[in-house]
Design a protein around this ligand. Sequence first.
Ligand SMILES: Cc1cc2nc3c(=O)[nH]c(=O)nc-3n(C[C@H](O)[C@H](O)[C@H](O)COP(=O)(O)OP(=O)(O)OC[C@H]3O[C@@H](n4cnc5c(N)ncnc54)[C@H](O)[C@@H]3O)c2cc1C
Length: 377
Amino acid sequence: MADVERILIVGGGIAGLTVASALHQQGFRPELVERSPTWQAIAIGAGIGVQPNGMRIMHALGMGAAIEQRGWINRQWCFCDQQGGVLSETDLEALWGGVGRWVAIARVDLHEVLVAGAAAVPQRLGLSVTSLTQHASGVSAGFSDGSSGEYDLVVGADGIGSTARRLTISPARPADLGAMNWRGIAPIRPRGLTTLRFLLGDACFFGLTPVSEGRTYGFGYVMQPRFHDPVEGRLARLRDRFAEFGPLVREYLGAFERDEEIHCAAMEWVDVEPWYRGRIVLIGDAAHASSPLMGQGGCMAMEDAYVLAEALRSAPTIESGLSMYVSRRKPRVKWVQQQSIATAEALRMPPAARNAALRERGDQMMRSRFGPLIPAP
Ligand SMILES: Cc1cc2nc3c(=O)[nH]c(=O)nc-3n(C[C@H](O)[C@H](O)[C@H](O)COP(=O)(O)OP(=O)(O)OC[C@H]3O[C@@H](n4cnc5c(N)ncnc54)[C@H](O)[C@@H]3O)c2cc1C
């Protein structure tokens, strides 16, 4: 076991809370700081798919049952044309075997489970890390309230705009992906929607999944350069943008009443080297945010967290533990990044050719895309 007494986790998102649980489970005593003043402020608004490889980690940390109970288990992944005509269907249980279930869940519900799972780890909310200085025996961290602390190891789990990354590894900003996303949770379930569906249009798509009895998470993507979509009038513009889509999307969008219920963001990307320097290590989006088109960013963050804790437990030194973490994680994360790019390219194809390819071999494409994530990380 690496000799690491004082561990600071920066950030209480999926990566930070999962690594808090995982380190605690492996016998370490970390502490966590989160810049948001409340947990509710972090995870507002929309849903997330915790795919079977993410659920495997959640079960290993004792949170899987609670996530399944609060979310919606999807048994099928279905590509459709924009009217809802089925192009390909993939049986998720057949694809993933015994790895776990494919759970769609509201982000607030997932966060509540993660926070409860990390309850044994001291957490300070409303506190940011503002400086990190490495010296021979550790790292000095400065906080936004003027206080400071000494640590043997700092885990930067502070997301795509990571301060830990900027202070330690690279000042580069995330790259623009050329895609815009709108998302929200509607208080209805459109008739006939029982599983995950992607309705594909021309350089755009709309995804829909139940997230619990009577609630639906929807996400629209348009492959176009970043622009600012103000809150005022957003709902009407979104309805217009997807007006030619079939009844499922129209019913879903018809269930919203306020512009504020729709979240909008430009998609970004981070590809940084190295993932650690000295005693500061990055996990989750801080290290490798990729496009959400594989729906794997959160699952990769969960796997990072678990593998890092295991590596520190089994390695004799911090340095060898961090090196083991990187070599176990890199190939898998690279795969997800490459597949996300390939998916974005497929979305830019002329719809007729893309739809024909999906009709012919959609299920097979899904198996080769997700198959490499079946073995344990
Ligand atoms: C539209 C969209 C859809 C997605 N869908 C899926 C999906 O279906 N499935 C999936 O697996 N993934 C999905 N993802 C990806 C997933 O959301 C991210 O990969 C995941 O949330 C990353 O978690 P994280 O903890 O690394 O970062 P974050 O969630 O960004 O958490 C970082 C935390 O650090 C805090 N913080 C930042 N700076 C500091 C500081 N200086 N000091 C202290 N705290 C700080 C922040 O407040 C935040 O709480 C999606 C992403 C997007 C954008």
